[in-house]
Structures are given as C-alpha cells and as structure tokens.
Design a protein around this ligand. Sequence first.
Ligand code: BES
Ligand code: MN
Ligand code: ZN
Length: 495
Amino acid sequence: MKIEIKRGSPVKLPGNCLVVPMLKHNRLTSIAAEINTASDGVLHQLATKSAFKGEIGATTVFYNLPGIKALRVMLVGIGKKKEIDGKTARKVIEAVMKRLQQEHCTNAAITFPFEETTAEMHYSLIRETALYAENSIYRFDECKSKPSKQTPVDKITLITAGIDNQCAKNAVAHGRAIADGMKLARDLSNLPGNICTPTYLAAKAQKMARKYTKFSSKILNEKEMQKLKMGALLSVSRGSRQAAKLIVMEYKGGNKDQQPVVLVGKGLTFDAGGISLKPPGKMDEMKYDMCGSASVFGALQACAELKLPLNVVGIIPSSENMPDGDANKPGDIVTSMAGLTIEVLNTDAEGRLILCDALTYAERYKPDVVIDIATLTGACIVALGHHTSGLMANNQKLADALIAAGNQAGDKAWQLPLGDEYHKQLESNFADIANIGGPAAGSITAGCFLSRFTEEYTWAHLDIAGTAWQSGKHKGATGRPVPLLLNYLLNKATG
Ligand code: BES
Ligand code: MN
Ligand code: ZN
C-alpha cells in the first residue's frame, strides 16, 4: 500500500473518499469544521439528520458534497476529546479501513484531530494510522492457486497540514516499518510446516543478510551444534527428518562497542508433541510454534529498514518436534550446553529445551539485554487469554520497559512472578532439573526453567502462546509481538 503525506487543504483533493474525524455528539473537530465550511454547512446538516453520533469507530458516508472534490466524505467518530490517543487511533483506522473496503474504495485521504490533541500525540496518531491501515489489508494468499479477487485499498494520503513535518515523516516511516515487520512475521507464521522448515527459515535469514547492509547471518548445522554440546536442542530434533538449525542474525546499526540487544525466538516449525503426542484437535495450529522466531525476523527487518542506531542480534533455535523411534522418550536425560542435565518428563515441553541452549549461546554476545519470545505454554492462554502476552524477567527495569512499550503499541504484556517456591516444582530425582513442573503455574515454571540458563545477563521472557495467532474463522498469525519489540527498540534508540 502506498502511504503518502500531504500538507495542503484536503478540500480540493480528488479521490475516492475523504475521511473526517468527528467528536462525540457530532461536535465538529477543527478539521471537520473546515470541511463543513467548504461544503457550505451541508456536511454538518447531513450528520445531524443521520443516526451517526460520533461514537469511537462509528462511520457514515455521504456522496458528492458541495465544495468537496473527493467523491465521498466519510465521517468517523473519535469519541470525546480527552479520549483521543493511540488506542483510539487504532480502533478508528480499523473501522475506517473496513468501511473503505465495503464501499469499494481503493484510495482515501485521512484527516486528523490535531488541533484537539497535544504535539506529542500527533506522532502516535499518524504512526498508528499508517501501521494499522497497512496491517488491516493483510491477506495470506501465498498457498492459493488463485489470489483472492478483493481489490484492497492501495493508497492512503495522510493530511498533515499544520503539524511538524519531520514528526509526520518519522511517524509514517516507523508505522510502515512495524507494519512490514508484522507482515513478514505473519507470512512466515502462516506458512505450513511442510514449507516453513528450519532449513526454510535459515534460507530466509541469509536472504535478509543479502538484502540489507549492516546485516549478516550465520547458520549452525547439527554437527556444529554437537561441537557446542547443545544436547538439549539436538534431543528435540532427533525424532524429525528435518535438520535442526541454529540461525543467527546480526544487525549492526550501533557503535562497535555498543552491547547488543539479543532477541531469541522459538522456531519450532511443527510441534506434534513428540512421544508425548498432542491430541489431534487443532494440531494444525502447531505450525504456529515458530511465531516467536517470526517476530524476531520481523523486528530485525524493521531495525534494518529504519537504520536504527542499535546493535541487535537474533538467535533462532529451529527444529521440529515429532514422534519417532529415535525421538526423546519420557524419562530420557539430556545434557544442555550449559552442562545442566535435564530429565525430559514430557517430550511436549520441548520449547524450553531448544531455548535453553540458544540462551547459553547468547552469552558470547556480552548482551546488554536478552529477550526471548516463545509460544511456550498452553497455560499462558489459560492465565491471560488471547489479549495479553505473559512476561517474566530477572530485572524489573527491563520488565517495566517492555510493559510500557507494549502499552504504547497496543501490544500488551503482563508480568508473572518468578521465585524459589516455583523452582522447587522443577526438582528431578535423576537429573539437575526436570523439564516440567506439574500442572500448577505452568507458564511460571517454564519461565523458571529458562531463568536457570540466563543468570549471566539481564533477561526477559515473553510467552506469546495466546497472542501470536487467532483460531477459528479468522485463523491466522497476528504479527505480535513485533509492535512491542519495535517500540522497545525505538525507545532505546532515542534514549
Ligand atoms: N507449543 C506448546 C505450547 C502451546 C500449546 C502454545 C497450545 C499454544 C497453544 C508447547 O511446546 C507445549 O506443548 N507446552 C506444553 C507444556 C506442558 C507439557 C508442560 C503445554 O502447554 O501443554
Ligand atoms: Mn510442545
Ligand atoms: Zn511447542
């Protein structure tokens, strides 16, 4: 989609539709008043005669208004003046995009309630509008023999008259980069397990390294992982015909001596559960067990697109988890790269097994912080549903920064505790640690397991089991938590 900025008056702009914000009870925003005047008061007269009342996300469309060049004017409700924020912008743009599709508009010009908000809010309104305009037209057609017929909106013009031009440009660039990062994450995630294998993800990393400057990738094969003694990771892959890969991507936008942010993403391209086989219902959705890694790809692409002055490393342990004569068996004991022995009491708790070796590998980057992102536990869906990601950390400042970043981006995370009392659940009679902690507090004991491998650095863990994809009629990847990660990195880049 083309997203452009125009600074003049929208009244004389040709096009399919001019989108105009209205306050609750049809109070005119300043921009609506300007357009109303150009229409000789007809716009407001029509609005007051309609059922439209300016509630957040309500829309109504009028054709051929006098004095307005665009074919249609769409009024969209933005609620009360003091409620205008990023969250409102997201709701509003989603409603606008839906209505534009219904009206078969392929382009639109969007105006904003800038006069009604502070200068700091201008950035959010533009960024979230650009981001969710792009995100809302997403379709995954790659595996259909014919693409869908729908003609999506292909051009959005943002009317930014009266505000700081650099601010508007940054907001559009950031919104676009995050949207493209989400699109990449969603595309990789939606691909089926027979296409999106560890080898496929590795090739994608190498492709990105060729495309972007300051970007490199390194792929470790099973032999190289054996040399590093990644016994936990390799044990998960043993039952699979697909070779495991450890995918490393480095984006070097910062100074040479700047310590990197390391993002570790679970890249389980299909999780059948192994010998502790999953029940068949919805098992297809376990192709999404690589959504953590997809968000690392998306975040790194956005860093490269925006040329952020940061060093960011992506580490992706990638494998399948399949039942097989050579697969992990309940009771097997494996030795991790860190030297800790692990009793595999349930082969379906495999995410922590591949992540622990990747987290040990992360030490060599002397990281500023390490954030792992994983579809780790069904228990996280029980605890937080599909709206909020689970967050655990060994450092409160990092946890707070991630929560704040998620709130700003509408990509929320909620912190769960870690602690000795939970670590007890992971005690094993035969090895240093067990890979499951029983039915109670399943997300927390998974976090505790990981924390045994992250003692050398500042670390946070995002459990995205409930937020990375949707089931049912709208089955598909969401692109989360790319917005949270990018907001965190943008905040870091601007100090
Ligand atoms: N990938 C799953 C977690 C998952 C399940 C995410 C359902 C989203 C939806 C993970 O590998 C897993 O199987 N976890 C087990 C852990 C248990 C055996 C301790 C789970 O959550 O059931
Ligand atoms: Mn599993
Ligand atoms: Zn899994």
